[in-house]
Design a protein around this ligand. Structure first.
Ligand SMILES: NC(=O)c1ccc[n+]([C@@H]2O[C@H](COP(=O)([O-])OP(=O)(O)OC[C@H]3O[C@@H](n4cnc5c(N)ncnc54)[C@H](OP(=O)(O)O)[C@@H]3O)[C@@H](O)[C@H]2O)c1
Length: 278
């Protein structure tokens, strides 16, 4: 541990500063972390230089990150995990917290490949992290304590909301909030098409729907009202909204969402099974 680390606020290294990793570093800076408390690893020198210029954060190798940081956040693509674990194994000890943002990789994979006792926390974040509105679900591995979970909550709390779930629920989380933003993008796209169908200019349709989505999300998040209550409030007898709702029901949209999210959960399980053994 070096100057960058204090007892209550360990230095943080992001291993693989791509989209999610960069969003996290940027959010940590905005949230009050100093650049000298942060570091990252990247495999391309050009990308590394770009990040250092943009944020004033050091690019280091994995061994340096493991030596100097108390928290290592792994944000490489799941298929790139092997070389990272190979480099980490000789470098980490029990006083280093390893946090995995990699979709589908179980804590048991890290526990098998890293020295005995290294604490691991698994996270399923989502892409709204790039605008500080992530939804992250965290699960402790065998050696992660309540204090480790608090550290992860604090770190990820700078870029969105955090919930704790048992690791057995991570496939469901992946299907709901991991892929969730894509479902909303899909709905928005379809609703913009509807605007075009009704003869509105595309730019106007986009503005109407995106702001309606932002407004609806803000109402859900801020009023604490149940979605049914909010919908009923705009569904007047024999009015326009109920005519639209009848069509949504006729076309089985609710059933389609249930089936779609179940399919995503099943696929997440399937992908994760490849990492459970071996
Ligand atoms: N994006 C999402 O919606 C989302 C949601 C939830 C979870 N996640 C998880 O977040 C993780 C990161 O996703 P992302 O979208 O940010 O991916 P990304 O943009 O590809 O970022 C990964 C970064 O890691 C770098 N990298 C790869 N191997 C490395 C190594 N050995 N050492 C150092 N750097 C290395 C990559 O460099 P190269 O460009 O050279 O490959 C890239 O810059 C993934 O595991 C994903 O499952 C993503």
């Amino acid at each position: 541990m070096t100057d960058a680390t204090t007892a209550d606020r360990p230095a943080i290294a992001v291993l693989g500063a791509g989209k999610i990793g960069e969003a996290l570093l940027s959010g940590l800076l905005t949230g009050g972390r100093r650049a000298d408390e942060l570091m990252f690893t990247e495999r391309h020198r050009e990308r590394s230089g770009e990040l250092t210029t943009r944020y004033g954060i050091r690019g280091v190798d994995v061994a340096t990150a493991a030596k100097e940081a108390g928290v290592l956040i792994v944000a490489v693509k799941p298929q790139d995990i092997d070389p990272v674990l190979d480099e980490l194994a000789p470098a980490v000890g029990r006083d280093t917290l390893v946090v995995s943002l990699c979709a589908g990789l179980p804590t048991s994979l890290y526990e098998r490949r890293l020295p005995e006792g290294v604490p691991v926390v698994r996270v399923m974040p989502n892409t709204p992290m790039v605008v500080g509105e992530a939804m992250s679900a965290i699960s402790p591995g065998r050696h992660a304590s309540a204090a480790h979970l608090e550290t992860v909550e604090q770190v990820l709390g700078t870029v969105g909301l955090v919930v704790r779930v048992p690791e057995s629920q991570q496939d469901a989380v992946t299907a709901l909030s991991g892929s969730g933003p894509a479902y909303f993008f899909y709905l928005v796209e379809a609703m913009i098409d509807a605007g075009i169908l009704l003869g509105l200019p595309r730019a106007v349709a986009e503005k109407l729907i995106i702001q309606s989505a932002v407004g609806a999300a803000a109402m859900l998040a801020r009023t604490g009202e149940h979605p049914v209550t909010l919908r009923e409030a705009v569904t007047s007898p024999a009015g326009t909204t109920i005519m639209a709702i009848r069509e949504l029901e006729n076309h089985g949209v609710r059933a389609a969402l249930l089936a779609a999210i179940e399919a995503a959960r099943d696929r997440s399980e399937e992908l994760g099974n490849a990492h459970k053994t071996g």
